[in-house]
Ligand binder design. Structure first.
Ligand SMILES: N[C@H](CCC[C@H](N)C(=O)O)C(=O)O
Length: 278
């Protein structure tokens, strides 16, 4: 099976472009083998590109554990660059259909060389029952939960996929591998959740580390960076335009007051083209 390896700030994907709507169940079953970093291609997930009747192209994201996610910001930037350079004659504005709907894309490029990609990541979902989060009431801002005797203050946000955002003293030193898996599977989140550990430096800068649902620690999470800004703004820890620092670079996130939509801007990189021999 032909594929293209790409990454968004080190969150890496096997991009598979098919001329027809694929059998997602079959691909999901293959994901752990394809994504295995020793016996497979190695990636955080599979991004499947296929024709759409409502947008220029459709994309679905499959986590490395085979679970199908609703949204993936870094994969969206990768497939947007793929479409721009290989499919649409360098048209800089187009749309991608994801599980949450049609998402507009803007390519920043000079003479065909892409510098950054901007994605409309849609409106955040904040009511617990829609995140989903088993919490009564209408707000999931600065709630408290406990795991193994330690309590955490979190804000839950959905960008189509669920996120638990936790402010910490120093995100770069936080034991993500210890607490991430426990929080990912917390019973309050019936669909599990991505978990972001964030240090808010100022109104327009933050540092984020992440434990991703269905993957584990990744170098970056685009939808997580969006959730980080929404959660921080709701909790009064940052503004609506924030540079989010990740190990391999930065994402610029804007939660627009006028349309309530979150815009994410950042890089996307090709690595190589290959054939998976199964
Ligand atoms: N693991 C995520 C999907 C990938 C999201 C992330 N890679 C991004 O860039 O948004 C989930 O199950 O919701």
């Amino acid at each position: 099976m032909k594929f293209t390896k790409m990454h968004g700030l080190g969150n890496d994907f096997v991009v598979i472009h098919t001329p027809f709507t694929p059998d997602f169940t079959e691909l999901a079953a293959l994901a752990p083998r394809i994504c295995d970093r020793h016996t497979g291609v190695g990636a955080d997930g599979i991004a499947v590109l296929y024709p759409s009747s409502v947008a220029d192209i459709a994309m679905r994201i499959i986590n490395s554990d085979g679970s199908i996610a609703e949204q993936c910001g870094n994969a969206m930037r990768c497939v947007a660059r793929y479409v721009y350079e290989r499919m649409n004659g360098l048209r800089k504005q187009f749309t991608i259909e994801s599980k949450i709907g049609v998402q507009p894309v803007w390519i920043e490029a000079e003479a065909g060389v892409v510098s950054r990609v901007r994605i409309d990541m849609g409106q955040p979902v904040l009511t617990p029952r829609e995140i989903p989060l088993q919490l009564p009431g209408e707000s999931a801002v600065e709630q408290t939960l406990s795991v193994e005797g330690r309590s955490f203050v979190y804000t839950a946000v959905s960008m189509g996929n669920p996120h638990m955002v936790i402010a910490v003293e120093d995100a770069t030193a936080f034991p993500v591998a210890k607490w991430g898996p426990l929080l990912e599977k917390h019973p309050l989140f019936p669909n599990k959740t991505n978990v972001e550990f964030v240090t808010y430096h100022s109104s327009d800068e933050a540092t984020m580390r992440v434990w991703e649902r269905g993957v584990g620690i990744t170098l970056a999470c685009g939808s997580g960076a969006c959730a980080t800004v929404v959660a921080g703004a709701l909790a009064g820890k940052c503004g609506r335009k924030v540079l989010v620092h990740l190990p391999a670079g930065d994402l610029f996130i804007e939660w627009c007051e006028e349309d309530d939509r979150v815009y994410m801007t950042g890089p996307a990189s090709f690595v190589y083209d290959g054939v998976w021999l199964g």
